[in-house]
Design a protein around this ligand. Sequence first.
Ligand SMILES: *Cc1c(COP(=O)(O)O)cnc(C)c1O
Ligand SMILES: [Zn+2]
Length: 421
Amino acid sequence: MKSKLVCVGCGREYLLLSGASRCECGDLLEVVHDLSQITLSKWICLAGSRLGARTLPNASGVWRYREAVLPDLPDEKIISRGEGNTRLYEFPVLTGMVGVKYLRFKHEGENPTGSFKDRGMTAAVSWAKHLGSRAFVAASTGNTAASAASYGRAAGIPVVVLIPEGRVAQGKISQALAYGAKVVKVRGNFDDAMRLVSKHASDLGLHVLNSINPVRLEGQKTIIWEMLEQRGWRPPNWIIVPGGNLGNTAAFGKALREMVEVGVIRANEVPRLAVIQASGASPFYSSWKASFSKKIVGSSGTIASAIDIGDPVNYSKARKAIEFTNGLVDCATDDEIMEAKALLDREGVGAEPASCATLAGLLKLSRRGAVQPSESVVCVLTGHFLKDQSATLNFHERSGSVLVNKTVTIDPTLDALERVL
Ligand SMILES: *Cc1c(COP(=O)(O)O)cnc(C)c1O
Ligand SMILES: [Zn+2]
């Protein structure tokens, strides 16, 4: 049986081949696979037998799981850069500081363009090319732009990205430009750019690569599959992820639902999702606090530019994910995020600001007892340390934190060198 698209609001069904990204009723579409063909043992054997493969598509940490990503896509249509296969780091100092039995960081900054967006992009771009798309568009806080530019190049399809002027880290803009995308700066915020894309992409003949595109989320599910595989298929108690447009939140919820369906994890051992937003862009947190009685929107801005989003497109799917996993939503101020970033960076790998909202949130959750010392926690680090160098440099030049590490300048003499050692 073929996979299909099902509206999360009204339940109407569409062919996956239709390439639709929204239901006629306006709500989001979700890819639904026939998982009855996938048994637990077949699943674990297949994924395991491909582990360590040197050639694509099996060498990809997305396509290794292709039976649960896009079973209808012929192998020769896969456009991959060998994404995924990211490390699960242990930083013992942080484990002690948080005060839990087990803490790991799944570093999605280790993807080809430096963020988890590559996992979704390989799926969305492969499928769109299979459907015959001629040009791509995405609104972006930066990493989607870098990833779309890269995978568009791999597919030989032109890419237009819309970014909010003055609100995107330099590393990301430089990638999009260098990889050859048409970069359009919008005088406004991300939500303005997103609205422009949602309303007009199809009239302009452009295929949307934002996470409103349900196929992208199929690729992003593999963050969870791969993390579970790295843990010998034992689920942790908590998965912590930053929330912006809430694509990951939605994808993680779907991955966990499907894993219960296939029998990889039991219904009573589903990890709880904790979504951390930046206080300056925390509409999902506000909605959660209001028990999801209404969708709250709006943002005032944050240094974690990747999650500077006031009207997350995946709201309804993300809400389902929180409800299914008995999860929670919290937020962290810019100071808390940068302080957590300094702690994480000091362990010698580091991540961009938005990723560090996870540690900032976790520290708060453990302090107030929501996360217990006996529990196991996996934080998802979404973007590479080098994406936003000015945030790091400004922190170490200016912040009053005890974690500041200032540069010193000396005359070229032994005397001067000895004085600063
Ligand atoms: C896109 C992005 C996010 C936000 O992810 P959503 O799935 O939109 O919630 C978080 N961190 C980084 C580094 C990103 O690039
Ligand atoms: Zn509908």
